[in-house]
Design a binder for this molecule. Sequence first.
Ligand SMILES: C[S@@+](CC[C@H](N)C(=O)[O-])C[C@H]1O[C@@H](n2cnc3c(N)ncnc32)[C@H](O)[C@@H]1O
Length: 259
Amino acid sequence: MSFRFDLVTLFPGLVADYSQYGVLSRALRDEIITLQSWNPRDFSDDRNLRVDDSSYGGGPGMVMKAEPIARTLQAVRDDSAGVRPVIYLSPQGRRVDHDLIKSAAAGEGLILLAGRYEGIDERLIEEQVDEEWSIGDFVVNGGELPALMIVEAVTRLLPGALGDAESAQQDSFSDGLLDYPHYTRPASYGQRAVPAVLMSGDHQKIARWRMQQALGRTWTRRPDLLAKRTLSVAEQQLLDEYIEEQRQKGSLDGHDGCN
Ligand SMILES: C[S@@+](CC[C@H](N)C(=O)[O-])C[C@H]1O[C@@H](n2cnc3c(N)ncnc32)[C@H](O)[C@@H]1O
């Protein structure tokens, strides 16, 4: 069965355009996902199809009205059976991370609600929204880009969505570490050469080097991730070796990683 995304948005064209490319378009073609947009304007009872109004209490900016969105969500539910949470994309929500995406990908689908203007009437959120998700501590103009980020991140984890060459398993966060660095031709770029081990053809050595780089990068850049992950004895040895090498090169001055 396809993973079902329903996206409630005033700008369905943005969603349609973005989903014409790359992994998303292939996942749609192969019916790994379905992605349908629903426009609250189609459920407005205003003769000018307005879906926003000024804010009670005054102040700048408009607010999305509750009733058209409630009717839209009802139409989404009437269109399909199954249990899918309603997620409001909001800078005030829970910060999205790999674990949240992974647990979403294990479900049947998501109903994503994209706000505009100052946001949505709070009573609709209280009544209809299961969770609020944020893509970071900054504000964008609408929930469409955040919603599409969720769609893409979930889709990448669904079986068959990525070819082998694009496998998500080596990506950052998938096993609690950042990805190792990547190189391609030419072998020399200015004064910089590709690390010799990658040209050696020795697959065991290459795998060992990559794991060491992933551990080292995570230790350097995201010690918070490493603190949450238990290292095997072999991994700890690789990391110790990496730290020692960096110390000898003097690259750790001022670094207070978690070892
Ligand atoms: C201009 S924003 C409204 C911001 C709101 N007045 C506030 O300060 O919390 C309009 C819409 O963009 C979306 N949005 C903006 N920033 C977001 C973020 N960091 N994560 C998720 N959605 C966001 C939300 O759907 C929001 O309703």
